[in-house]
Design a protein around this ligand. Structure first.
Ligand code: IPM
Ligand code: MG
Length: 368
């Protein structure tokens, strides 16, 4: 078992705009080192299409072992059309899925917060999204993403059959539900658990196990169950009814994308993928922006680094026990938005357009 090294951060910029946005995170980590005497140790590695191009694999063993020993992994984004036709095991996304699975990062926290300054950027009416603050807790290492059997095989009539398997066990459900309940206690004390118990046995088990855990240990938290399709609809109808949503890997993938657009821009939303704490209180974790690699704007210096910077704020809070620093960084982002600075994706009339590095610099100047 590889030991986790305290305060060691692995940067995996990845593909597309990944290197640009993680570049700004690197500047911020250095700022904390120089100005707050924090001794973060930075390592870097290739993951995704860039690793495939150089090494023929989306992630090398060397980089994977580095990830195992770092307390924090900061990932940019992986993938792009260039690698679309590779066989499954070589696709850039495999790097991400391998890290999630092998590092046992079973709880994916995806906040959807509507910044007051950007209420108008949402496609929904301001009164629907203003003040929105949802936390989606997505199960990340189980379900149909990883279930066996899987594959594509020929069948008798000359056709082919594609197979994936959706499975969950009691412990896979309860450990992620526990994270959701614990988070709710620090927020508005409400959990909505989403599945398709009307059509899937694994969904029925999900519902029963979440309810049982609630009744045994979290009676003081308000719990409701919702079918995932209804949840998709309710997120558009009245998103402020939600506090914490806990759901499986696939529904979480879709519902979190949907929730993110309530806030106006994918460019602002961070995420954290957490493992279990060991007996020494150590935990593996990976932080990444919700947005993808956006190959269409890569290399132009116009990507929004805020989602990555806020992902680092989550790392400060959840992995590094530096709540004050996390607060300061989040406040610096707010201050910059209040000043009217905007990258292209969130630009509106009367605001000042800034490049990726200018946005990073502006946030750093607010930290001073
Ligand atoms: C996400 C992404 C990934 C997923 C892809 C890139 C494999 O959509 O993190 O939501 O499906 O989990
Ligand atoms: Mg997704």
């Amino acid at each position: 078992m590889i030991k986790v090294k305290k305060r060691k951060i692995l940067l995996l910029p990845g593909d597309g705009i990944g290197p640009e946005v993680i570049g700004e995170v690197k500047k911020i980590i250095k700022w904390f080192n120089d100005n707050k005497s924090l001794d973060f140790e930075i390592e870097e590695g290739l993951a995704g299409g860039c690793s495939y191009d150089k090494h023929g694999t989306p992630i090398t063993d060397e980089v994977f072992y580095k990830a195992l020993e770092c307390e924090v992994v900061m990932l940019g984004a992986v993938g792009g059309p260039k690698w679309d036709n590779l066989e499954f095991s070589k696709k850039p996304e495999r790097a991400l899925l391998k890290l999630r699975k092998e590092l046992k990062l079973f709880a994916n926290l995806r906040p959807a917060i509507c910044f007051e300054q950007l209420v108008d950027a949402s496609t929904l009416k301001p009164e629907i999204v203003s003040g929105l603050d949802i936390m989606i807790v997505r199960e990340l290492t189980g379900g149909i993403y990883f279930g066996e059997p899987r594959g594509i095989k020929p069948i008798d009539n000359g056709e082919r059959k594609g197979i994936n398997t959706h499975t969950y066990t009691t412990s896979e459900i309860t450990r992620v539900a526990r994270i959701a309940f614990d988070l709710a206690k620090k927020r508005s004390n409400k959990v909505t658990s989403c599945e398709k118990s009307n059509v899937m046995e694994a969904g029925q088990l999900w519902k029963e196990e979440v309810q049982e855990l609630h009744d045994k240990e979290y009676k003081d938290v308000e719990l409701s169950h919702m079918l995932a399709d209804n949840c998709a609809m309710q997120l558009l109808r009245n998103p402020k009814q939600f506090d914490v949503i806990v759901t499986d890997n696939l529904f979480g993938d879709m519902l979190s994308d949907q929730a993110s657009m309530l806030t106006g821009s994918l460019g602002l939303l961070p995420s954290a993928s957490l493992g279990a704490k060991n007996k020494d209180g150590e935990m593996r974790a990976m932080y990444e922006p919700i947005h993808g690699s956006a190959p269409d704007i890569a290399g132009k210096g116009i990507a929004n680094p805020i989602a990555s910077i806020l992902s680092f704020a989550m790392a400060l809070r959840y992995s590094l026990d530096l709540d004050n620093e996390a607060d300061a960084l989040e406040k610096a982002v707010q201050d910059v938005l209040n000043d009217g600075l905007r990258t292209k994706d969130i630009l509106s009339k009367g605001m000042k357009e800034t490049s990726t590095p200018e946005m990073g610099d502006a946030i750093i100047s607010k930290l001073q």
